[in-house]
Design a protein around this ligand. Structure first.
Ligand SMILES: CC(C)(COP(=O)(O)OP(=O)(O)OC[C@H]1O[C@@H](n2cnc3c(N)ncnc32)[C@H](O)[C@@H]1OP(=O)(O)O)[C@@H](O)C(=O)NCCC(=O)NCCS
Length: 286
């Protein structure tokens, strides 16, 4: 029986004691935007805002939102019990998310595909499609020859460069694409490849790659606008791909905006091809 009117349902903050119930909800139901594994549920509950809807019987819905100061809150996951209608659960969860993010002075909440059932419903709650993201894929092939920039020096990224990297990230990317400080800190300590490009003592570019088995992912590539179109991006990308290949990687993926043609030209030159995977970035201003 589908619970249409959640008369006895209430929203509250989730704690680590709810991890098992959340895991059961994610494993056994259909309407789940991004399933998380049990260790991740617990660790995310420490760093994110977790909210759940429950009634006398069970946990009906759960969501986890990652605050990404200074502006964004990212809806990481949302799960709804098969026996509950989706809209009444969103009626309860979405305003609660907004209250939590407003209390942290964040400016917008966003959700990034691929759960089409959720993307389709969000406009009714004031969300709009801010952009679309396409995945590109590279399968092993020789890299193109590049002409090195005469002044560019590429060195491993270091924690001491964090403020300069955050400043560069802010200039290179729009608000919905900015990575939080914590993600940079983790990546500087542990990413498979994280290098910065320096010209005359200033950080002008950086690349950051992750690896999952023998699959590499170019998480980030950016050149300061003043230095774009001089071959810096190509040289950073070349170095990153060589590092991944040396570690046994045979496929590399990356995400970019559907309308980011300069980046797509660069990636195509390196043998990346567009996949059919396109998702919306849904945003609601708070
Ligand atoms: C995408 C991005 C990283 C490319 O960096 P870049 O340093 O400008 O890249 P390059 O200079 O190597 O290549 C860009 C263009 O400059 C051209 N170029 C390269 N060397 C050149 C030179 N010496 N003189 C003139 N043009 C040159 C390239 O041929 C290329 O032209 P094309 O796009 O017509 O083929 C950069 O535009 C950027 O940071 N954008 C914002 C962030 C972003 O979108 N990142 C990627 C999405 S994750």
């Amino acid at each position: 029986m589908i619970l249409k009117s959640p008369r006895h349902a209430t929203v509250r903050k989730a704690t680590r004691h709810d991890a098992r119930a959340i895991q059961t909800l994610m494993e056994n139901n259909w309407a789940v935007h991004t399933r998380l594994m049990p260790p991740e549920i617990e660790s995310r509950l420490r760093s994110c805002v977790g909210l759940l809807v429950e009634d006398d019987v069970t946990v009906r819905a759960f969501t986890l939102v990652e605050p990404q100061p200074p502006d964004a809150g990212l809806l990481l996951t949302l799960a709804i019990h098969d026996n509950s209608a989706i809209a009444p659960m969103l009626d309860l969860l979405l305003p609660a998310i907004e209250r939590e993010l407003c209390a942290q002075n964040l400016k917008f909440v966003m959700q990034i595909g691929p759960a089409q059932w959720l993307t389709d419903l969000l406009p009714a709650y004031g969300f709009f499609s801010e952009s679309q993201i396409v995945t590109f894929e590279w399968r092993f092939q020789p890299l193109p020859t590049i002409s090195p920039h005469p002044k560019l020096e590429i060195v491993p990224g270091h924690l001491a460069q964090l403020p300069a990297l955050l400043a560069l990230d802010k200039i290179a990317f729009g608000p919905t694409w900015r990575k939080p400080r914590t993600a940079f800190k983790d990546a500087l300590g542990g990413a498979v490849s994280f290098n910065v490009g320096i010209i005359d003592g200033d950080i002008v570019a950086y690349e950051w790659c992750d690896m999952y088995g023998d699959h590499g992912h170019l998480t980030r590539l950016a050149t300061h606008p003043k230095f774009q179109g001089q071959g810096v991006g190509a040289q950073m990308l070349h170095g990153a791909m060589k590092a991944l290949i040396a570690r046994g990687v045979r496929t590399i993926t990356l995400n970019t905006q559907v309308d980011n043609l300069p980046s797509q030209r660069l990636y195509r030159r390196f043998g990346f091809t567009e996949t059919p995977q396109i998702v919306d970035v849904m945003v609601k201003m708070l």
